[in-house]
Write a protein that binds this ligand. Structure first.
Ligand code: AMP
Ligand code: MG
Length: 275
């Protein structure tokens, strides 16, 4: 079957499903047969739709949208933000980057710095990494004992359910790349002087933990994909396809909110600006 359609729901993790990442393709394009020009045209169209939907979200100021972006190093979190959100009015979208916690953050519970960044009505917030690092990097590098990170899945489910109950639409995206693709992208960072700034020694040490990260992701995604905060495992080896799926996913979710512009104030048709 040849198609120009993108079906993000094919990549949704159903609640209770035990994820084995090896079973999820990193390089499928799910039958998409469009030419390069078709891809570019579709992305431009999705960018425009997203921009219109975001404007309505902002105007209506009723819903909150949270996009959680996770993935191994080089999986394309920054690139996705650039290509999916670049046409959106900056007034209504914010990126929250979660790096290594500072001393003040470490002196609080791990959700403290996260909750503060959650979106308000009318806004989209993108978490570039997130509270999931507290069951990923923290687990892999043994920054806290096992019994502490293990109980966090329950906290995270509760936290996200609370956000959803209070009006937040939550979309969680795992950008799924192969280990080979990571090698190529890390090498590109080393070979291309314009990309040197992106390379850290940590990237090599973390790559050595690929299998442990895989297990950590499998458990985190399996434990926390719910009806109100579903995970999507997006094939990430082809950047163009990744951009299309994430864009379509956002367009679909925002469309399903059935938003409308607020009613104009009474008597607006009689008002004339006369001087
Ligand atoms: P980058 O995404 O390349 O800018 O790197 C951010 C770094 O911060 C990554 O190595 C993350 O693993 C790390 N990081 C993010 N959140 C946490 C956390 N809660 N605890 C420890 N390290 C974290
Ligand atoms: Mg990095």
């Amino acid at each position: 079957m040849t198609t120009h359609e993108i079906k993000p729901d094919h990549f949704r993790v159903k609640p209770g499903h035990r994820v084995m990442l090896a079973d999820w393709s990193t390089d499928t394009t799910d039958g998409f047969e469009g030419t390069k020009d078709d891809r570019a045209a579709l992305l431009a169209s999705l960018n425009e739709q997203l921009s219109d939907l975001q404007q309505m979200l902002y105007a209506e100021s009723k819903h909150k949208v949270l996009v959680v972006l996770q993935g191994m190093d080089t999986s394309g979190k920054d690139g996705t933000i650039k290509h999916v959100f670049h046409t959106i009015n900056p007034l209504g979208v914010r990126v929250a980057n979660f790096k290594r916690p500072n001393d003040v953050e470490l002196a609080h519970d791990y959700l403290w710095r996260v909750h503060e960044q959650a979106p308000r009505n009318g806004r989209i917030t993108i978490f570039n990494r997130s509270h999931y690092e507290d069951v990923l990097v923290v687990r892999v590098n043994e920054l806290v004992p096992t019994k502490i990170w293990q109980r966090r899945f329950e906290h995270i489910r509760g936290f996200e359910q609370m956000l959803a109950d209070e009006g937040t639409t939550i979309i969680k995206v795992f950008l799924h790349i192969s280990k080979d693709e990571q090698r190529a992208r890390l090498q590109e960072r080393l070979d291309n002087p314009a990309k040197h700034w992106k390379f850290e020694h940590g990237d090599v040490t973390e790559r050595a933990h690929w299998d442990t990260y895989t297990e950590a992701y499998e458990q985190a995604i399996s434990e926390t994909s719910t009806d109100d905060a579903p995970w999507f495992i997006i094939p990430g080896d082809h950047k163009w396809y990744r951009n299309l799926v994430v864009s379509q996913l956002l367009v679909d979710k925002l469309t399903s909110l059935n938003m409308r512009y607020p009613e104009p104030i009474d008597g607006i048709e009689d008002i004339r600006i006369t001087d």
